[in-house]
Design a protein around this ligand. Sequence first.
Ligand code: SAM
Length: 471
Amino acid sequence: MGFKKGQVLEFEVTDLAFGGKGLAKLDGFALFVDQAVPGDQVSARVIKMKKNYAEARILELLRPSGHRIPPPCQYSGHCGGCKWQFLAYEKQLEYKTRHVAESLEHLGLIKDAVVHPALPSERIFGYRNKMEFSCSDRRWVLPFEPAAEDAENDFALGLHVPGTYHKVLDTRACLLQPELGNQLLARVRDYIKQSGVPVYGLRSHQGFWRFLMLRHSVAHDRWMVNIITAMEDRKLLEPLAAELIKAFPQVQAVVNNVTARKAGIAVGEYELNLAGTSVIQEKLGPMEFEVSANSFFQTNTRGAERLYNQVRDYAGLTGQETVLDLYSGTGTIPIWLAGRAREVIGLEIVPGAIADAENNCRKNNIDNCRFIPGDIRDSLGRITTTPDVMIIDPPRDGMHKDVVKQVLAMAPERIVYVSCNPATLARDLGLMKDRYHVVEVQPVDMFPHTYHIEAVALLQTRKAEGGTRNE
Ligand SMILES: C[S@@+](CC[C@H](N)C(=O)[O-])C[C@H]1O[C@@H](n2cnc3c(N)ncnc32)[C@H](O)[C@@H]1O
């Protein structure tokens, strides 16, 4: 190729890559540009050269793309919370749909899958029901922020600079959460700063205050405040909890997760209840769910309803079927389908998630779901009945190849595959394509302003279809 590291180039960005970066082809060589969208004419410096691609950083936006819009958040372009605020939402959806379709075609070698346009999120701001803000003893100062006294730079409570674990912004407001979340963030920030007790250093691993997690119940407009600290100190935390409950009637639960582990994960080794309850209630459609600080629950409540409705449509149940739900989490899909199936069996590795699932079934008077604990690689082999419909909703890494083999051996007539990662969706469907036809795929956007996309795929055995092929 005709350029090298450090060189400044002028070119037009022509595409978006999965991961959210702008993409240009120079001399047939792929050049990825952060914070760029198709149609941007940029001057950029090459910062990384690899065998098959290079990366460049924008120095000047010479002519902005017509798809750019003014981002409403002051941290846009600096914050890892969302990376696409400056791209019109319709364009975000268009690119997400394409990523799903192209992944299936290029990675899964599935040529003619029908991929529908992505279903939009009902809300494109204020849609997150859970936020996690990190504490740091060093504030990451942005170019537009006023120079501060040294003491002001010792503290940050906020979101990370993209791709970093130690660069934390002092986030004053995040538009992805409902407005009250920002008031809670401000109140907790003031309390931490006034306490005089040090925040946790992400490099030194010293200090007390670690994370603030906020959860919101959309159905009941109630909040949980979860304060994650390195040690226990009820005397310090209880006045904060009492103040929050008094000042914000919507705050129903204040808990403290305590963790001495170095890993930057906002989950405690144990949890203390500081004020109110230790769970909040949420609804998906007519179903009630109990959500505790560390429960897995989809972060876009309305988006989750849309996703599960799509799963239900593709499952095509009549009330007579046995459904097997692989990777069942806290049981939301089994509970969503229970009214239309004879029985739903969920397989899940986390015992706490199974306990939540069983509890959620009791709460909703559901008695035709059961859950089997353990790694699916082991537990699937113990299922002796062939399900009529199989639901598969794996983590980002997709299915282990042994699990794919077991699914093929079990040979359910219909499979509904739910994925949060188009690349592993394509890989797994590719592994199954000789036996299963990908009938259609519906992407569902749960995360506006990020490149993430969920997709629901309907698969039918070729036997049942009389041998239709994708190739
Ligand atoms: C994407 S979540 C799906 C959760 C659920 N379907 C929902 O919508 O809330 C994936 C789930 O798979 C579980 N999991 C991951 N690896 C597993 C394994 N090897 N065996 C069983 N469950 C696993 C995780 O604990 C998590 O609950």
